[in-house]
Design a protein around this ligand. Structure first.
Ligand code: EPU
Length: 344
């Protein structure tokens, strides 16, 4: 059945929070989506687009309709001796797409292996890991405007990509259902191995007889991620809960007085640096702490977890306490990366 009522969303968010939505629709085509949004009883109620549910925290029931993007398909739309362009439906699982490209030996997204979530959600926060961001391979996307049902193609510039950010998290938040994304992959792979642990893990795989290839790099990334990050199927979580803050250099210098080795990354603006939120949170004593049903992951302080039966409010309250403690100790205001539904 296309439209369901009073549905539990527990299986649809990687935190595993048990809340309900008044209405729920599994969207497999644009035609179907238009039928739903123009239905008399649904046209004026709140709408929430859901992909893999891996970047969302529900703090209460959702009084509206959840539109689950279940559109599938990967199509090769252009090929040259150097590159391929793929048109990928928004409901495809991101890691399935990565594996598809790795098998074909098409380079560009192997560093984004094992990122949870769907293809349609990837541009919203410009997913990134290990020195690569979605914007590096992005060409355009197609989306449906929920209030009017009109279709629109967005170029890369129009998406206004930034660190874990795009126009779809800002002025156009919640307005567009992204049903297709066009990406450009390279046939002559360029290996991106500068980030921290990659060199070391690759060297181990090569010592074990593996050749340097897109597949080996993807394997290295999968190993690094699964050693550090909890599997949402085992422990509910949504990856990094906060963004890494960009701060004035003076703040870094103040921290360096007590912690000369604080990790930091340069930015285009020489007066600013990016600091790892995980380090700040750990230094405030939160790493691995268990508070009721929630806590931070013992191997990665930036990941808030559901130890079982946590409510969204409990997790939100923990995030608020962490925010205040980092503010007090370092005078830095962390910003949530995860989309909180029901608190604002
Ligand atoms: N660190 C700590 N304590 C910890 C964990 C890390 O001090 O508990 C330090 C590390 O020693 C390192 C620094 O913090 O110096 C950075 O750690 P890491 O390389 O693990 O990356 P991150 O900055 O915590 C970011 C992304 C991740 C992405 C990794 C790898 C954000 C908010 N997070 O994490 O993305 O996988 O880099 O590129 O930018 C996500 O967005 O959900 C996500 C997992």
């Amino acid at each position: 059945m296309l439209l369901q009522k009073s549905i539990s969303l527990q299986a649809y968010n990687t935190f595993g929070i048990d809340v309900e939505a008044n209405y729920f629709a599994n969207i497999t085509s644009i035609h179907q989506l238009r039928q739903i949004i123009f239905k008399e009883e649904l046209k004026d109620i709140p709408k929430l687009i859901l992909g893999g549910g891996s970047n969302i925290l529900f703090t209460g029931n959702f009084e509206g309709i959840v539109l689950l993007n279940a559109m599938k398909g990967i199509t090769l739309i252009r090929e040259t001796p150097q590159e391929v362009w793929l048109q990928v439906a928004g409901g495809e699982v991101w890691h399935d797409l990565v594996q598809y490209c790795v098998q074909k030996n098409w380079g560009g997204i192997e560093n984004l292996s094992l990122i949870p979530g769907s293809v349609g959600a990837a541009p919203i926060q410009n997913i990134g890991a290990y020195g690569v961001e979605l914007k590096d391979v992005f060409i355009s996307l197609d989306a449906l405007h929920l209030p009017t049902g009109q279709l629109r193609t967005f170029s890369k510039e129009e998406c206004q990509f930034d660190y874990r950010n795009s126009i779809f998290k800002q002025s156009l938040k919640g307005q567009y259902f992204i049903y297709s994304v066009c990406l450009c992959l390279q046939k002559q792979p360029v290996f991106n191995t500068n980030y921290g642990a990659i060199q070391q893990t690759l060297a181990q795989l090569e010592q074990a007889g593996k050749e340097r290839s897109i597949a080996t790099l993807s394997e290295a990334i999968c190993q690094i991620r699964s050693q550090k990050l909890p599997d949402p199927k085992v422990i509910g979580n949504s990856g990094s809960f906060f963004k890494n803050p960009e701060v004035p250099r003076s703040i870094l210098e103040a921290i360096q007085k007590n912690y000369p080795k604080v990790p930091n990354y340069p930015l285009k603006d020489p007066n600013k640096v990016k600091l790892p939120a995980a380090w700040l949170i750990e230094k405030c004593g939160w790493k691995g702490k268990v508070i009721g049903n929630t806590g931070t992951y013992h191997k990665q302080a930036l990941v808030l977890v559901n130890h079982g039966n946590a409510t969204g409010k409990e997790i939100y309250n923990l995030s608020e306490t962490i925010l205040q403690s980092v503010k007090k100790q370092f005078d830095i205001e962390l910003e949530r990366e995860v989309n909180v539904i029901g608190m604002n």
